[in-house]
Design a protein around this ligand. Sequence first.
Ligand SMILES: Cc1cc2nc3c(=O)[nH]c(=O)nc-3n(C[C@H](O)[C@H](O)[C@H](O)COP(=O)(O)OP(=O)(O)OC[C@H]3O[C@@H](n4cnc5c(N)ncnc54)[C@H](O)[C@@H]3O)c2cc1C
Length: 383
Amino acid sequence: MKLRVTVLGAGFGGLELSTLLSEALGDRLELTLIDQNDAFFFGFSKLDVLFGRKPADAVKIPYSTLLKPGLTFHRETVTAIDPVTRTVTTQCNRYEADVLVVALGADYDIAATPGLAEWGNEYYSFSGAEKLRDILPGFTKGHAVVGVCNAPFKCPPAPSEGALMLHDYLVSRGVRDACTITLVIPFGSPIPPSPDSSKALLKAFEERNIRFIPQRKVSSIRKLTSAAGTTKLAVLDDGTQLPCDLFLGIPQHVAPDVVLQSGLAENGWIPVDRTRLRTKYPNVYAIGDVTSVGTPKAGVFAEGAAKIAAASIIAAFNGSDDPAPYTGSGSCYIEFGKGTVARVDVDFFSGPKPVGIHYDASADLTRDKVNFGTSRKARWFGI
Ligand SMILES: Cc1cc2nc3c(=O)[nH]c(=O)nc-3n(C[C@H](O)[C@H](O)[C@H](O)COP(=O)(O)OP(=O)(O)OC[C@H]3O[C@@H](n4cnc5c(N)ncnc54)[C@H](O)[C@@H]3O)c2cc1C
């Protein structure tokens, strides 16, 4: 008997889970993996594209290279999900499965922040990073604001990384002294579970003259025209107005519309049993950014959740014991600028509160991060 599994989303979580099921079940598996894109890219590669470190084509890994026993990839857009019958509809097909895994990630609601589309920019989507890459060379003086529009948002260190890398970029072009950089985030510190990572980041901001505004969100971007000329402002949720010639935004995140329409979501995200990643529907799992499991929205956590969900699916199929529960732990790399990378190892569920251990930025950790990417590429795509 074959196990029929449909996996929605070939991102961090979907790829890890599909790889594990293929490895464990091989020809006892009939896995359909669906994604609307033709290629995978790591979230952090958007920073590489934004600051011109790599061309867009160099960071994309085509799904056509996905060749695994028991797995078939379909480039299609999911248009409806029925979690009761585990039936999925795309623009051209209908799929039924014994087990359904939703790994559709988070989308962005640009319109939720008035003025963002007209007067600001974002670097969280691939197209947004490419657009900003082309705008950056024209920014030679004035005020830059890196700002979070709402929580939750992917990769909590990414706004800090954006500010530090912008500093390096402006230094390299000899215009840093003519520019200010302000970072606005909704937390009290840059990385709340790790006081040491936060301290290291705050020190780096101070050394680079980056103004840090904690516990605030950017609620709108405004453009004022007067006789004196045109001014752009980033308006914060307490009414503070920051001059803003260049806005590098982290837009409001939302679950994909097809998830919101499916009845799977509550309060915007899919609730799951935090030990095994099961939804309230039998044999329907949800992993990664699309859930409200209680870890940050980051690839390492999507991958960790995928491991547990895969082990649980395999155990049920083989009639063996359930795996150990999900601990919500993972290592996040933090770009500190000047080519160095730090790391924070965070554990969300083992203790009474999240704990993060900080490792200072070093060349070793820069190599570690490169390894992190190449090892996933090799595991998932065999290249
Ligand atoms: C600038 C930036 C830097 C980051 N840096 C890091 C980092 O250093 N470390 C880290 O761990 N994380 C990082 N992240 C976060 C990381 O990219 C995400 O958290 C991670 O990709 C989430 O994995 P996922 O599987 O839940 O969703 P995703 O990887 O987003 O995958 C979801 C997939 O679903 C597909 N999809 C969505 N809707 C549909 C539909 N209707 N039909 C078909 N397909 C659909 C999408 O095309 C996508 O491929 C970063 C993110 C950003 C933006």
